[in-house]
Write a protein that binds this ligand. Structure first.
Ligand code: FES
Ligand code: FE2
Length: 400
């Protein structure tokens, strides 16, 4: 089913490549500059988007074995993801039931107990309270009521989503609109986690706009990789999630072969974003086939964000490939930091002056238009109207 979606997108791409055209939004879309720096608006985005929507926080290959865990900051919320002895991944607030201390330092590892550094209360990998220091003196305590607060978690297609809210506000499958199956075409379950690093950046939407934007590639990135890159973009959506690819002359070479022989990596070219904060871009080089999976998180203020760049390889690298992959990813870090985010940090200073009222997304920037449209709708929707918002969402692939 999802490979047929990939084929449909490739055929759509071929038709545009031959005609020298792209899909265009009906109109140029204007958005208030204030949406990028206004504190009240930003708080609404935190509450309406980041604390309500599932966020893709980890990959299966980061915690494959029972006892594997990942402790991380997710936009200000300390999260602990753990694979229990039963093989099931669970997510918890990384905060002790006694007086709330952060239990695990950020990082990954394998353990059979999570022990709080403050007074040594301990928890199982399934989040149950197991040990209390001097429990006779502490007083009567029903251990079964004092496990770690569990957050909803979904593991699909080698990716792990967590909701930063103990109460679920949106149906996961409705939210994904079938996109998790499409992502399944990467086969991430069997990939190898290579490296991760953190970059500081501008407002989360200033940063995220760049991931949906191919228009800037041959301009902003002309000195590094963009001089021969097309600026045309083709967008495909599954509700709020979008894939962006460029017209691809390479497809002309395989057009007349049976579809079953169309290479998977060619069908997966471009950037697969996951709303509201993930970008997955494919690379193929001396390090072998891989992706840079970027996770954007809002910082402490409207004018800051940080990005975890994760590098994941399809196959475990040889020593030689490791060197090449390391160099490739260092290069990508430099491009994002010195070109994309440096530009974003400067542009948001101008916006924050309040002297510019609006920004534009052209008819060729449908992806940005759709992204901002979803953020707007979500922050306006109360919890009760959320299911309606995700009912029968648009899947552009179904219309191809
Ligand atoms: S806060 Fe964790 S044991 Fe006291
Ligand atoms: Fe860029």
């Amino acid at each position: 089913m999802s490979r047929s979606d990939l084929i449909a997108m490739a055929r759509h791409n071929l038709a545009h490549t031959k005609a020298g055209t792209i899909d265009q939004a009906p109109e140029i879309h204007s958005i208030p500059a204030k949406d990028y720096f206004d504190a009240e608006r930003w708080q609404k985005e935190m509450d309406g988007v980041f604390r309500r929507m599932p966020l893709m926080l980890a990959m299966t290959c980061e915690l494959r074995e029972p006892g594997d865990y990942k402790a991380m900051d997710a936009g200000g919320v300390p999260v602990l993801i753990s694979r229990g002895r039963d093989g099931v991944a669970r997510a918890f607030l990384n905060s002790c039931s006694h007086r709330g201390a952060q239990i695990m330092e950020e990082g990954k590892g394998n353990t059979h107990r999570f022990t709080c550094p403050y007074h040594a209360w301990s928890y199982s990998t399934e989040g149950e309270l197991k040990g209390v220091l001097a429990k006779e003196q502490f007083g009567d305590l029903d251990f079964s009521c004092h496990g770690l607060p569990e957050l909803p978690l979904y593991e699909r297609s080698g990716l792990i989503w967590v909701v930063l809210n103990t109460e679920e506000k949106v149906d996961f499958d409705a939210f994904m609109a079938g996109y998790d199956d499409v992502l399944g075409e990467f086969g991430f379950e069997d990939w190898t986690f290579f490296q991760a690093r953190r970059l500081e950046g501008p407002n989360w939407k200033v940063a995220y706009d760049g991931y949906l934007d191919l228009y800037h590639l041959p301009i902003l990135h002309k000195e590094t990789f963009g001089s021969n890159m097309p600026h045309q973009a083709l967008y495909y959506s599954w509700g709020p999630h979008q894939r962006v690819s460029s017209p691809s002359p390479d497809l002309l070479d395989i057009e007349h072969k049976p579809e079953a022989e169309w290479p998977q990596d060619m069908l997966l070219q471009g950037v697969f974003t996951i709303f509201p904060h993930i970008s997955i871009a494919s690379f193929d080089g001396g390090g072998g086939r891989g992706v840079m999976l970027s996770q954007l998180f809002p910082g402490d203020t409207p004018l800051s964000s940080y990005t975890i760049q994760n590098y994941v390889l399809e196959k475990a690298p040889t020593a030689e490939q490791e060197v090449a992959a390391d160099a490739q990813f260092k290069f990508l870090e430099t491009v994002v930091k010195d070109e994309d985010y440096a530009t974003g940090l400067k542009l948001q200073r101008a916006l924050a002056s309040g002297l510019r009222k609006n920004l534009m997304f052209g008819r060729n920037e449908e992806g940005g238009q759709r992204f901002h449209g979803w953020v707007d709708r979500l922050i306006e929707a109360d919890d009760a109207s959320l299911p309606k918002l995700f009912e029968d969402v648009e899947r552009t692939v179904a219309q191809l």
